[in-house]
Design a protein around this ligand. Structure first.
Ligand SMILES: [Zn+2]
Length: 186
């Protein structure tokens, strides 16, 4: 019997294809903790609390990048097992080229720099890795640390820390209950 499979549409995703990075029940599981005091300095992200093993989904489609200070397998001495994804398009507060940083994952994602990911693709699981040499875990409660960094376009006047980090809180609000973003399966 001939295959009825239709070739996948090569059209790039629409400009607002973006998903909340954890299952919907965790949409209230974070606060605006940007700038909060941490051992290593001011907090440059948003922590979303969920049990170890909760799936993490890529917010947008994009390309995996190697984060500064991370190994090829994604280990970062602060962030533990991490993935950095460069957004392929604008989506709400995200601008094409912005970098989304997912940290403290339970184990390495297996995604290498240059790999493509889709919006909503599972890229890891919530864990408590980081704050030490590779394999360190359990020094804090499991959560997803989400970082959002400017892509470095000239003329980008959005407020950011010297590292390029921007507060992801309004992005998470947009993806969550205020969302006009795509919600797969709903
Ligand atoms: Zn954090």
């Amino acid at each position: 019997m001939a295959s009825l499979a239709v070739p996948r549409d090569p059209t790039p995703p629409g400009p607002r294809e973006a998903v909340f990075p954890l299952p919907h029940r965790y949409e209230g599981s974070y606060t605006d903790d940007w700038g909060a005091a941490r051992e290593q300095g001011k907090h440059e992200g948003t922590d979303i609390f969920a049990p170890e093993g909760t799936p993490i989904h890529s917010i947008t489609a994009g390309t995996v990048e190697r984060a500064r200070g991370s190994t090829e397998t994604g280990w970062n001495p602060l962030g533990g097992y991490t993935v950095m994804v460069e957004a392929a398009y604008d989506a709400g507060p995200i601008k094409r080229g912005d970098l989304l940083y997912y940290a403290h994952m339970k184990s390495q994602s297996g995604l290498r720099p240059g790999a493509s990911v889709e919006a909503g693709e599972k890229i890891g699981e919530v864990g408590s890795t980081g704050q030490g040499p590779e394999g360190t875990r359990g020094r804090f409660e499991p959560h997803l640390h989400l970082g959002l960094y400017k892509g470095g376009w000239s003329g980008d006047d959005r407020p950011a820390a010297p590292s390029g980090a921007m507060n992801p809180y309004s992005l998470l609000r947009w993806l969550g209950e205020d969302s006009r973003a795509l919600r797969p399966g709903s």
